[in-house]
Write a protein that binds this ligand. Structure first.
Ligand code: AMP
Length: 307
């Protein structure tokens, strides 16, 4: 069985959407990626850091989902990373209300010895130097996927470029792809980003799906049109977890297989947004994922009566 190593925040989030508001709940990119990838029965581990205030029940939740937490450091007397955001009515845009780095400010990731030989590595959205440090600790991964955001492009572009040069796949949203490349056309943007290193570029367009670019080939996966979207937090991370979880499970990193991987990513993300925080991902079962795969098929398959 393939091993999947994930680095990302394990956090407290406080979220406001047009439908309601939460106090501090479980969040973090590492949490969402881990929960999403746990649907594929791969051996996975999350590397992260939390404070002494982080409830044991949240750690137990990860363990219950077969996620190895040996790489989650608990800092004595420290406070866990906290993020708070408010979504606009369109649910596609949000304002960050508060970011408290707390223990994340001095995070020095330590990959457990048992995961240094992981074949699959997911570098969740974090400071590029933290992502680089994880890359330095793994031996010879078969596939490295990087997720990042505009914040790092604005503040640490040179370090970010060093990481980008070393990964196989990058996942970013459309605006970030434009910012990173300086090109409005996503096709041209993908080409410029590919010149920076990654062989595969995944551009996420929120409720409008995701594009996968590889050399001259392009594949598009829709997002499932949902009657109700409750809370988009973690959708991007859940997408990434589904993408790499499927690749790790099938142990096939061809372009053809990546097409299926982005369908799985979209599939899992469509569940994530149905409830606040991680709630929906916690209750998700395989039959629901399989049923929704059929819905994805129906959404895009058609025949014409003319040649
Ligand atoms: P997403 O909605 O996929 O962009 O990810 C949301 C998650 O990212 C939340 O659960 C936050 O805890 C986490 N997050 C927010 N800001 C940051 C940041 N600056 N660095 C790392 N993780 C963050």
């Amino acid at each position: 069985m393939s091993k999947l190593l994930i680095v990302g925040t394990v956090a407290f989030d406080a979220i406001e959407t047009p439908f309601g508001k939460t106090d501090k709940i479980l969040g973090g990119a590492g949490t969402y990626i881990g929960l999403s990838a746990s649907n594929f029965d791969v051996e996975s581990a999350v590397v992260s850091v939390v404070g002494e205030d982080f409830p044991q029940e949240y750690l137990d939740l990860l363990t219950r989902n077969n996620i190895n937490i040996d790489g989650i450091e608990i800092v004595e007397g420290g406070k866990t990373f906290f993020w708070s955001g408010r979504y606009h009515n369109d649910l596609n845009t949000r304002d960050t209300l508060d970011t408290q780095l707390n223990v994340l400010a001095d995070f020095n990731p330590k990959v457990p010895d048992t995961f240094k030989d992981a074949e699959y590595v997911m570098l969740g959205n974090l400071h590029p130097l933290v992502q680089l440090s994880v890359l330095e600790q793994v031996e010879n991964p078969k596939l490295v996927v990087l997720d990042t955001m505009n914040f790092w492009m604005d503040n640490t572009l040179e370090d970010l470029k060093k990481v980008i040069a070393r990964v196989d796949v990058i996942t970013i949203n459309d605006e970030e792809a434009r910012q990173l490349s300086g090109e409005h056309s996503l096709v041209k943007a993908a080409r410029i980003i590919a010149d920076m290193g990654p062989k595969y570029i995944v551009i996420k367009k929120g409720e409008h799906g995701a594009l996968l670019f590889h050399q001259e080939q392009i594949f598009f996966a829709p997002a499932l049109p949902l009657e109700e979207v409750f809370d988009p937090t973690g959708a991007g991370d859940t997408f990434a977890g589904g993408f790499i979880g499927y690749l790790a499970r099938t142990n096939d990193v061809s372009f053809e297989n990546m097409k299926s991987a982005i369908i799985y990513g979209s599939n899992l993300a469509s569940f994530c947004v149905e409830k606040f925080g991680t709630e929906r991902m916690e209750s998700l079962d395989r039959s629901e994922v399989n049923e929704r795969l059929n819905e994805f098929r129906k959404l895009t398959q058609y025949e014409t009566k003319m040649n």
